[in-house]
Design a protein around this ligand. Sequence first.
Ligand code: OGA
Ligand code: MN
Length: 197
Amino acid sequence: MIDRILQDLEREGISYVPQLLDESALEAAHHFFEAHKINFSPAKVGASDNKKRVELLRGDFSYWLDPLLPPKELAFMFDFLNQLKKAVNNRFFLGLQDYECHLAYYPQGTFYRKHLDCFERDSSRKLTFIFYLNQNWLPEYGGELVVYNKDGSIKESYLPLPGTFICFLSDEYPHEVRCATRERRSFTGWIHNKMIY
Ligand code: OGA
Ligand code: MN
């Protein structure tokens, strides 16, 4: 699996893996989510010294996790990310190092407008990864991740299907999260090319 992801990244800069998480991993993540919902805070936009909540740009809530202290309910995802990080570090010469990550939920009716994950002034985010933690999802719920080419055309649109994993080069693909008619849950993060822990 990791090999296939590396090949996709090399070829296209993006990789999509349906159902990477099985039912029991989703169930465990669901319990963790419910237990920690009060700890989530409104996600902001802007670089670290100038962060603001702008609901016209993004309406999600996030709960940051420390990769050095992975909760046992999320162990499968952290194990997978540690393998991915190691493989990516070996294969590419991007100087990739640590990752940062958070759980996220988008309340019904919220979205995240088109953006790039690496900031102009701090572009150390190299690889974006997302696991979708929704236990069920139908096309009519919306909430697609729409990935754009640099020329503004749509490259691909992905539904946040249960257990699906996506990763892409952070400075390559602008993307947006479309409005959903249900709460939309994910585990998202970035591998950086600098030490962050
Ligand atoms: C982000 C993001 C995409 C998604 O958090 O920066 O673009 O599908 N998330 O949740
Ligand atoms: Mn993003």
